[in-house]
Write a protein that binds this ligand. Structure first.
Ligand code: CTP
Length: 401
């Protein structure tokens, strides 16, 4: 079990942090807490002291027996979780500022241990300065548990809300179990993410609603598990991952994606086709912009089938390679997904329902069912895509040769 230092800063979501601390302790972890001055205005350190049976670090100048309490706590911890992390502490961390017990201890903590759980008003979260700082933290190798979209303390909807305590706890536990055993050392994982675009003319294309979130979450999870990742990216609506273990290849059309996958597949141990790939493309791409013609009420575009990348690769895969596909369905989920498992010769199909407002496209959440040959389907409860990704990579690590 891990030694976890929890750094609480002055956000109203602090009360959720208390529940996370209780759950972490219940699963056998040791927790010690440090608080900023603003955090102590929201909850008394006495409460945290009573919960953890450990003194709470609030100042650099007095307290316990250690002459350098910040270094002592930094060295003691296996993990440092900033919960909730305000825009202020995120800014300090991004710039190496150490002007109180929390920021100073964090500066003395090895980057690989640090997990930041931001919570703030959506306008603050979307502020370019905060986004720059978050990017900097990611660049430095710090893990971020992303805030979710929902009702904020201010009474309106927006992104910036702390995930529910159960979700934070399970993400932290997933991080801890991934760190404890690097499950994919010396493995190469090839992942496609986002949507392909098929050009119609110089200004138009046929595309789809894929955000790339799931594929990118899988790439991060595989890199965290010790793998080298080749990430073939189509169109995405979220930031690209920044990680020295992830190499990105940009593609636009299905043909370009196929060419990248074909080149990279021979050296991959695992292929995960998380991309939403166009099934048809225009027979010809008009050289000039297609213009309206007077009196013309309809326009037809002839389409031709694209190559099914997963099927092509599935037919060629070696016995030491694992091939995973996704099935995005709006009806008869299991039946359709099962067909894909057989037709595409995949080892696993991850089936998800993309129908209606609860569908997976663009959402942070996903409810998946895992299909494997000669096995019963495995239903996973609804959880964040980040969590699905970590758990899927753990599952694949048990199967890869
Ligand atoms: N896929 C692929 N190449 C294509 C189309 C799909 O590699 N030309 C992959 C996707 O990346 C996904 C899986 O096949 O992993 C299933 O994709 P999906 O869109 O759900 O199904 P399709 O095979 O396109 O079938 P349909 O559209 O009829 O449901």
């Amino acid at each position: 079990m891990a030694k976890i230092a929890v750094y609480m800063t002055g956000g109203i979501a602090l009360y959720k942090g208390i529940e996370v601390i209780r759950s972490l302790e219940k699963s056998g972890n040791q927790v010690r807490v440090a608080m900023t001055e603003s955090a102590t205005k929201l909850v008394s350190p006495v409460t945290l002291h009573a919960l953890t049976h450990q003194p709470v670090l609030t100042t650099l100048w007095t307290q316990n027996d250690s002459p350098v309490p910040h270094v002592e706590l930094a060295d003691w911890s296996d993990y440092a979780v900033i919960l909730p992390a305000t825009a202020n502490i995120i800014g300090k961390m991004a710039h190496g500022i150490a002007d109180d017990a929390v920021s100073t201890t964090l500066l003395a903590t090895a980057i690989s241990k640090v997990v930041v759980v931001p919570a703030m008003n959506s306008n603050m979260w979307n502020n370019p300065a905060v986004q720059r700082n978050i990017k900097q933290l990611k660049n430095d190798g710090i893990k971020i548990i992303e805030p979710v979209t929902g009702l904020l303390a201010e009474g309106y909807q927006g992104k910036g809300r702390l995930p529910e305590p159960g979700e934070i706890t399970s993400q932290l536990e997933a991080i801890i179990s991934t760190q404890n055993s690097k499950q994919l050392p010396r493995k190469r994982v090839l992942i496609t993410a986002g949507g392909t675009r098929e050009r119609i003319d110089p200004v138009r294309f046929i595309g789809n609603r894929s955000s790339g979130k799931m594929g990118i979450a899988l790439a991060n999870a595989a890199a965290d598990a010790g793998a080298m990742v080749d990430l073939v990216l189509g169109q995405i609506t979220v930031p690209e991952p920044v990680n020295p273990r992830i190499k990105i290849y940009h593609v636009e059309s299905t043909e370009e994606m196929q060419s990248a996958v074909t080149t990279l597949f021979p050296s991959a141990n695992i292929l995960i086709m998380a991309a939403a790939v166009a099934d048809f493309r225009p027979v010809t791409i008009a050289k000039q912009k297609i213009k309206k013609v007077d009196g013309q009420e309809q326009l037809g575009i002839s389409l031709v089938k694209t190559t099914d990348i997963l099927k092509t690769v599935g037919a060629q895969k070696r016995s030491d390679q694992l091939v995973v596909g996704f099935a995005a369905e709006t009806t008869d989920l299991l039946q359709n997904a099962n067909k894909k498992l057989t037709n595409k010769n995949a080892d696993l199909i991850i089936a998800n329902n993309v129908a209606g407002a609860n569908g997976a496209f663009g959402s942070d959440l996903d409810q998946i069912t895992i299909l494997q040959k000669n096995s019963e389907p495995i239903f996973w409860p609804k959880m964040t895509k980040v969590n699905v990704a970590v758990k899927l990579i753990q599952l694949l690590a048990t199967k890869v040769k």
